[in-house]
Design a protein around this ligand. Structure first.
Ligand SMILES: NC(=O)c1ccc[n+]([C@@H]2O[C@H](COP(=O)([O-])OP(=O)(O)OC[C@H]3O[C@@H](n4cnc5c(N)ncnc54)[C@H](O)[C@@H]3O)[C@@H](O)[C@H]2O)c1
Length: 322
């Protein structure tokens, strides 16, 4: 029998996962929850016999689910993951894990000793080019790096509210912070400064206009990550300078340019990360082997600690340990 799948949160990104799961014979979406009843019903209507709910507890009481996709905004996390753990349900959760340190640490503690498969939506890890860059760096020590997520503001209303989305570092540039961890290892300290007060024309806007974070890795590597959501024409990238050569991942699609040995090589973007990410999770749940999951919950918690440290550093004006 196909795996019985439920959804909590059926907005923008849930649509991407629902599309992909709809094409997988191993998975059957049987229940969708959203606090917006119309959204939940619309998502459920795409799958024959699927039910819709406005309360995730009702959904969990009514169905024996094998796995649940959690696709809610940062401030809504916590109780749903704890309820899934209590019932022994495997789960995929979209990044970020929350907008503070406490929520993911509480969930991580509850996961301890449980046989629950988790996966977090850091989909860049499933693309070919970051993996290719990691291989390039394996015998070519990286020295210094710079990354950025500079552009405009996503349209969802919670994004512009610091108390909900947590700000751009927490919500969006977290992909670059996670990519830096994926490539360079663990972070020792974070120093971050912010610019505010520019976007007076946007209602409810309480996030930073721009930030610059300096990460010091345990290896000694230094990496600067610049973010802005106030810019018309921006850039998304991570560039690394190594002992012998340099390389740059660019665009949300992560095309790669490598300069080494007197040559320049370019690698176009291939399949986006969502399809392999969903395949890895569904196959892990079906087969009981989580080894192909690139971002299990415990790993993503470390990225969350780095972005939280960035926020604390903006407040205190001092370097902070993740
Ligand atoms: N990995 C990626 O590439 C990627 C891309 C887009 C969004 N995301 C992440 O996915 C998350 C959701 O983003 P989105 O763009 O889909 O937002 P969205 O606002 O479009 O959808 C979120 C949905 O969750 C629902 N919701 C909120 N609280 C709920 C609760 N307690 N129970 C049930 N439903 C609830 C909302 O009503 C809404 O329909 C964010 O954390 C975002 O960062 C990841």
């Amino acid at each position: 029998m196909a795996l019985q799948i439920g959804f909590i949160g059926t907005g923008g990104i849930a649509g991407t996962h629902l599309d992909l799961l709809g094409k997988m014979a191993e998975a059957q979406v049987v229940a969708c929850t959203d606090v917006d009843a119309d959204r939940a019903a619309e998502a459920a209507a795409r799958f024959a016999g699927a039910a819709s709910y406005t309360d995730f507890r009702e959904m969990l009481d009514a169905h024996e689910l094998d796995a649940v996709y959690v696709c809610v905004p940062p401030h809504a996390h916590g109780e749903m993951e704890l309820a899934l753990i209590e019932r022994g349900v495997h789960f995929f959760v979209e990044k970020p894990l929350g907008n503070d340190r406490e929520t993911p640490l509480r969930v991580l503690e509850a996961l301890e000793g449980k046989d629950i498969i988790t996966s977090v939506g850091y989909m860049i890890r499933y693309r070919d080019n970051p993996r290719r860059l990691k291989e390039f760096l394996a015998d070519n020590e990286p020295v210094v790096a710079r990354g950025c997520w500079i552009g405009g503001m996503p349209g969802v209303p919670w994004w512009r509210r610091k108390d909900q989305g947590g700000g751009q570092v927490n919500e969006q540039s977290t992909h670059i912070f996670d990519l830096a961890r994926y490539l360079f290892g663990e972070v020792e300290s974070v120093f971050c400064t912010a610019r505010t007060g520019l976007m007076t024309d946007v209602e409810d806007y309480t996030v930073e206009d721009a930030t610059i974070c300096t990460l010091t890795f345990r290896s000694g590597l230094l990496c600067e990550i610049t973010s802005s959501c106030a810019v018309g024409m921006g850039e998304v990238s991570l560039e690394v300078f190594a002992r012998k050569g340099r390389a740059k991942l660019e665009d949300a699609a992560m095309k790669l340019t490598v300069h080494a040995g007197g040559e320049m090589r370019q690698y176009a973007a291939t399949e986006n990360g969502y399809a392999p990410e969903d395949r890895a999770f569904i196959e892990a749940v079906a087969g009981g082997d989580a080894s192909a999951i690139e971002s299990p919950y415990a790993d993503a918690v470390r990225t969350q600690m780095v972005t939280c440290a960035a926020d604390e550093s903006m407040e205190s004006g001092r370097p902070v340990r993740p």
